[in-house]
Design a protein around this ligand. Structure first.
Ligand code: PLP
Length: 367
C-alpha cells in the first residue's frame, strides 16, 4: 500500500528529537505560547527571511487575523481564487468581508492576474492569492495591480513553505503571508498550528494583540480580541522539524522530478507547470488526466492512495451558495477540477514506488 502522505516514516527518522521536545514542554509547563513559541517564531523568521512571525492556533485563524489586523471587515471585498481549500474563504467571511472569485490560470492553477482588474469595485480592499500545491502565484503581476489600486495583498502560503520566486520566499511579497502547520502540510505540527509573517511592525503588534484576547499586558485588554494562540507543544515540535524543512523540500522536488521523468512521454498527461523564476515545493504533485475518476479507482485497487484537491470548486460548494455563483462562472477552474489527481508525494517515498505508480498510470491510460 502506498499512502498519499506518510507521517510515520518521518516521525521514525526524528523520533528522539520529537520525544525530547515534547517532554521539555511538559516539564517546563509552558503549554500556551511562551518560550517554545518565541523560539520557533525566531527560527521561522530566519528560515523564511522575514521580520515578524506570529504563531497562531491554525492556518485558518492566521488568514483571519491577518485580514482583521489589516482593517478588512464588513462591506469590504476580497478578490481570491475558487480553486483552494475552503479555509481561505471562511477567513474572509469570518471578518465580515465578501469573497469575490476570479478564474484561475490554466497552467499553474493559481489566481489569473489578467482577470483581477475587471473584478475591482469601489469596495475592493484586498487580493488574497493562494500558492496552490506549493506552486507560487504570479506575485509580480498581482503586486503591480495592487499597488495601482491601493489594495492590500495577503498571501495564503499554507501549502508553500520555502517556495520562492527569484530569490524571495513566498509570503514576503504582500503585506502579510499566512502559513498552516496542519500535520500533512510541508511543515506539520502534531495537531493544529499556523503563523502569520509580515514585514510591518504595526501589523505584527496588532496581530499579537488580537490573537491573545486583545492584551496590551497581562491585565489590560486594549481591544476585543480572540484566543488564537499556539500551543507550546506544537511550537516545540515545529522547532524540531524546522531543522529538516530544507532537506525535506529538496527531496520533494527531487521526487517530483522523478515523476516527471516517468510521465513526460505520455501525451495524455498534463504535468505541473510553474511561472518562470518560481520554485514549486510540491506540497502536492497534481497532474491532469482523462478519465480521472476511473484512474483514481484503478489506483486504489492497486494499493495506491491518490487524492483530488479539489473536486468541487468553491463557488459551487453548498456552503457558499449565498455568494450567488453558478455553474459556468469559472470555466477553467471547473474543467480542471474534473481532471486533476494528486499522486503520493512525501520526502520519504522511494524512487521504486514512484516508478511503480507511473507504470500503472501509463498502463491504465494506454487502454
Ligand atoms: C490547510 C490550508 C488552510 C488552513 O489551514 P489549517 O491549519 O488547516 O487551518 C488554508 N488555506 C489552504 C490553501 C490550505 O491548504
Amino acid at each position: 500500500m502506498i499512502p498519499l502522505v506518510d507521517l510515520d516514516k518521518q516521525y521514525q527518522s526524528i523520533k528522539k528529537d520529537i520525544d525530547t521536545a515534547i517532554s521539555n514542554v511538559i516539564t517546563s509547563k509552558s503549554f500556551i505560547q511562551g518560550p517554545f513559541a518565541s523560539s520557533f517564531e525566531h527560527e521561522f523568521s530566519q528560515v523564511h527571511r522575514t521580520k515578524n512571525v506570529i504563531c497562531t492556533a491554525n492556518g485558518t485563524m492566521a488568514i483571519t487575523v491577518a485580514l482583521e489586523a489589516a482593517g478588512i471587515g464588513r462591506g469590504d471585498e476580497v478578490i481570491t481564487t475558487p480553486h483552494t481549500f475552503i479555509a481561505t474563504v471562511e477567513a474572509i467571511l469570518e471578518v465580515g468581508a465578501k469573497p469575490v472569485f476570479i478564474d484561475i490560470d490554466p497552467h499553474t492553477y493559481n489566481l489569473n492576474p489578467s482577470l483581477i482588474e475587471s473584478a475591482i469595485t469601489k469596495n475592493t480592499k484586498a487580493i488574497l492569492p493562494v500558492h496552490i500545491y506549493g506552486n507560487p502565484a504570479d506575485m509580480k503581476s498581482i503586486c503591480k495591480i495592487a499597488k495601482k489600486h491601493h489594495l492590500i495583498v495577503i498571501e495564503d502560503c499554507a501549502q508553500a513553505h520555502l517556495a520562492t520566486i527569484g530569490n524571495k520566499f513566498v509570503g514576503n511579497f504582500g503585506q502579510a503571508g499566512t502559513f498552516s502547520f496542519y500535520p500533512g502540510k510541508n511543515l506539520g505540527a502534531y495537531g493544529d498550528a499556523g503563523a502569520v509573517i509580515t514585514p510591518h511592525q504595526r501589523l505584527a503588534s496588532k496581530i499579537r494583540m488580537l490573537i491573545d484576547h486583545g492584551r496590551k499586558d497581562k491585565y489590560t485588554h486594549q481591544i476585543v480580541g480572540h484566543n488564537y494562540r499556539i500551543d507550546g507543544l506544537q511550537a516545540a515540535i515545529l522547532s524540531a522539524k524546522l531543522r529538516h524543512l530544507q532537506d525535506w523540500t529538496t527531496l520533494r522536488q527531487q521526487k517530483a522530478d522523478l515523476y516527471r521523468r516517468f510521465l513526460q512521454g505520455n501525451h495524455k498527461i498534463i504535468l505541473p507547470q510553474s511561472y518562470p523564476r518560481a520554485r514549486h515545493v510540491y506540497h502536492l504533485f497534481v497532474i491532469q488526466v482523462p478519465h480521472r475518476n476511473q484512474l483514481l479507482d484503478f489506483l486504489k485497487g492497486e494499493g495506491i492512495a491518490a487524492g483530488i484537491h479539489y473536486p468541487i470548486p468553491l463557488h459551487l460548494q453548498p456552503a457558499l451558495k449565498h455568494l450567488g455563483y453558478h455553474h459556468g462562472d469559472f470555466p477553467v477552474c471547473e474543467k480542471i477540477s474534473r481532471h486533476i489527481i494528486s499522486l503520493p508525494l512525501y520526502p520519504e517515498i522511494t524512487p521504486s514506488e514512484i516508478k511503480t505508480i507511473c507504470q500503472k498510470i501509463n498502463k491504465f491510460l494506454s487502454k
